[in-house]
Design a protein around this ligand. Structure first.
Ligand code: SAH
Ligand code: SF4
Ligand code: F3S
Length: 446
């Protein structure tokens, strides 16, 4: 590969923070004169922004690289970014000769110069975690979807025994107050109506505000809620141990803070939670759920679950089903435990057989689906507002989100970015049907 690339494409896997990083890399590359390749078109530079959380996710990166070779034998310049890049560094290049660039999640501000180096034939690697934040070196936000991601916190100090994130993303850091506020203004100026604050442990965010006082996420949300034109605020992912009383109270006090909270519990068994090093019990978790529900009675909860953690017995798994019932999740994500190299759980005895995991996952899915449908049904007949996000599959159909994160489809001429008044008329397992009450689009009071 000798000539400098003119076009690029970026494919992001994994969590929303990778989606955010992908957007920022795209802005950065565009600023250095590369053009995004049109959909379906070959790009000169392909960035694979990868996830290391489970084995399958990590393997996906390598199978995708193999497919980048073109029928004529040529190939694009390939950059491996994200958490696989961070975890594997130079090993990735040893494994695949097609990887020209390896760049971790904390150093992708260096991507343009690395691309230039790679075009000259070197194979640059940067998995550093520089003290000076990459954010200071990224271009200003210019484009935003109606619902835009904004990373405010990165990294994790919790060290759950199964998880690679503390190793791939490093220690917890919070972005400064004024940087977050400035980026939120830029996103709203670029068309965002909703901002989703992101962090591996977003509710651990804290920073000094403009007066120098130490503030938590609730103060940040309160400040953001004063931005004109911003209609909705969400945040994810939260750790149960970092749900402060102030943040819980904010759910009852700030109208723009949407009634939806993703609060992963992972297991309903205290014995397993302890082995996972989760720093909460089922009891403390349920108490937090109750407090949030008292602050905001209509709140929708979602969660994450792992089945088949080493040593998980039938009784432990039954306890997980019970906590699903106790919370009544509006949505939840469940995963088979995946042993990750270098994590303490990978060395634990009593790893669970794949077929047992499979069966538990199936039963957990079933149980979650019952609650999800019943949550959706409980909203039928309600008048609410939907933020229009995109066109649907049918003629004249639009798709947006309810305050409770439900996907809502309805007939409307309103373009993406509008808030429309909708009556929820029918519930499905994964979405709601809505009818627009008036085509008058509305903006919530700022
Ligand atoms: N910081 C967040 C989660 C980040 S990872 C939290 O603590 O909740 C997203 C989810 O992936 C986790 O909640 C967990 O359910 C799942 N996960 C993480 N490591 C995993 C592993 N080794 N095997 C299976 N699932 C895993
Ligand atoms: Fe992983 Fe636990 Fe940190 Fe979440 S809190 S990112 S599951 S170590
Ligand atoms: Fe995956 Fe990294 Fe996110 S491992 S879940 S992309 S933090």
């Amino acid at each position: 590969m000798t000539s400098a690339p003119k076009s690029f494409s970026i494919k992001s896997f994994g969590c929303q923070m990778n989606v955010y990083d992908g957007e920022r890399m795209a802005e950065l590359l565009s600023d250095t004169g590369l053009a995004p390749a049109a959909p379906g078109e070959d790009a000169d530079l392909v960035v694979l922004n990868t996830c290391h959380i489970r084995e399958k996710a990590a393997e996906k990166a390598y199978s995708d690289i193999g497919r980048l070779r073109r029928p004529d034998g040529s190939r694009p310049l390939v950059a491996l970014a994200g958490c696989v890049a961070q975890a594997e560094g130079s090993e990735a290049q040893a494994r695949s000769k097609m990887i020209d660039i390896v760049v971790g999640p904390q150093s992708y501000h260096r991507l343009p110069e690395m691309v230039a180096d790679a075009a000259r034939g070197s194979r640059p690697i940067d998995t550093g975690m520089p003290a000076l934040s990459k954010f200071d070196r990224l271009p200003r936000r210019r484009r935003a979807a109606p619902s835009a991601f904004l990373t405010v916190q990165e990294g994790c100090d919790k060290f759950c025994t199964y998880c690679v994130v503390p190793y791939t993303r490093g220690a917890e850091i919070s972005r400064p107050w004024k940087d977050v506020i400035a980026e939120a203004h830029a996103l709203v100026g670029a068309g965002a109506r909703e901002i989703v604050l992101l962090g591996q442990n977003v509710n651990a965010w804290s920073a000094d505000d403009e007066t120098g006082g130490d503030r938590g996420l609730d103060a940040l949300i309160r400040a953001l809620s004063r931005i004109d034109g911003l209609e909705r605020i969400r945040y994810t992912t939260s750790h149960p141990a970092d749900m402060s009383d102030g943040l819980i109270a904010a759910h009852g006090e700030i109208d723009k803070l949407m009634p939806y909270l993703h609060l992963p519990v992972q297991s309903g068994s205290d014995r397993i939670l302890k082995a996972m090093n989760r720093s909460h019990s089922t009891d403390s978790y349920l108490r937090t759920i109750d407090k949030v529900r008292s602050a905001r009675p209509d709140i929708a909860f979602s969660g994450d679950f792992i089945v088949g953690f080493p040593g998980e017995s039938d009784a432990d798994f039954e306890a997980t089903l019970r906590i699903v019932d106790a919370v009544g999740y509006a949505a939840a994500y469940s995963f088979k435990y995946s042993s990750r190299p270098g994590t303490p759980a990978a060395a634990m005895e009593d790893q669970i057989a794949p077929e047992i995991m499979e069966e538990r996952l199936r039963r957990l899915h079933e149980r979650i689906a019952v609650h999800q449908l019943s949550f959706n049904q409980s909203k039928v007949g309600l008048d609410t507002q939907v933020l229009v996000e995109r066109k649907g599959r049918h003629d004249g159909q639009m798709i947006g989100r309810s305050p409770w994160m439900q996907s809502v489809h309805f007939q409307s001429a309103a373009p993406p970015g509008e808030m429309v008044d909708v009556t929820l008329v029918a519930a499905g397992p994964n979405s709601m049907a809505g009818e627009v009450r008036s085509e008058r689009t509305s903006r919530a009071a700022a």
